[in-house]
Design a protein around this ligand. Structure first.
Ligand code: 15L
Length: 268
């Protein structure tokens, strides 16, 4: 497949670019910043542009015959509401419009556990739980998921929203023993999202096969995502912290705390 990876210079993006190329795909990178050092632009194309710029996105689609998009671009933390909507919803809209125009029918999207982050942490959380964002970041992820659903219904786009937990080389906190997504499993997850037969609009939780998982892996397994790693292997290396109890109260961990509260509109 020829795949456009947005946010290709980011932490997840760099892993996706290498992992998907290793699996035999042709990858095209798109990011606001130039290709990272060592990126071989003679074998894989790179576009330096902002995904929120619909004209720039349209230009990328005009020069490639793409089969799919892996949309990872976006600020991974909290921001004002307009900035969050631009970062996660406007970018997704620009891509979806270009996909419709060019007959590209598959998108795998980096959504987040923070779309349901304010949900109290009790039993294993399924994908049928209602949206309950913990931040404006989470609000924007909910809205981006809604947009994917709309384009699936209106335009027949196959859209897989991956509610990613904590993408890290290895888990670094007690919460992450439950929410960790390993780099290898992340690539497995994207591959499943790209190749699942006719998923329509689908949601899965992006975590590894963690013994202490907070989220149900079955929806992902039904789409072909078979995680192989388990954060438990690192449990002895993770020190307990005074924040652990608060972080375990809600799905979104620290994103629920007061330190993340800010005005919706920055007027400065
Ligand atoms: C996310 O969606 C964030 O982008 C990342 O910064 C982490 O906070 C992660 O979730 C998490 O919940 O650990």
């Amino acid at each position: 497949m020829k795949i456009l990876v947005t946010g290709a210079a980011g932490t997840i993006g760099q892993v996706a670019m290498v992992g998907l190329a290793d699996r035999g795909h042709t990858v095209v990178g798109l990011d606001r910043v130039p290709a990272p050092e060592g990126y071989d632009e003679s074998t894989n194309d790179w576009h330096t542009a902002d995904c929120a710029d619909a004209d720039a996105v349209a230009d990328v689609f005009a020069v490639h015959r793409l089969d799919a998009v892996v949309h990872l671009a976006g600020n991974p933390g909290e921001a004002s509401l307009p900035d969050s909507l631009t970062s996660h919803v406007v970018t997704t809209a620009a891509l979806l419009d270009a996909m419709v125009e060019h007959g590209v029918t598959r998108i795998v999207h980096a959504s987040s556990n923070h779309a349901v982050g304010r949900t109290p942490r009790r039993e294993l959380l399924g994908i049928d739980t209602p949206p309950r964002p913990d931040t404006f970041y989470g609000v924007a992820k909910v809205a981006a998921e809604a947009l994917l659903s709309l384009y699936a219904d209106r335009h027949g786009i196959d859209a897989v929203a991956c509610r990613i937990g904590s993408f890290q080389p290895q888990p670094e906190s007690v919460r992450q023993l439950s929410t960790w997504l390993s780099p290898d499993d992340c690539v497995r997850m994207f591959e499943a999202g790209l190749t699942a037969p006719s998923p329509g609009y689908a949601v899965l939780y992006g975590i590894s096969a963690n013994t202490r998982a907070w989220w149900d892996l079955e929806p992902g397994r039904r789409l072909g995502y078979q995680p192989q790693d388990d954060a438990e292997e690192f449990a002895q290396l993770v020190a307990a912290s005074p924040q652990d109890e608060d972080e375990a109260a809600h799905v979104g961990g620290a994103f629920v705390g007061e330190s993340m509260q800010r005005p919706a509109l920055d007027r400065a």
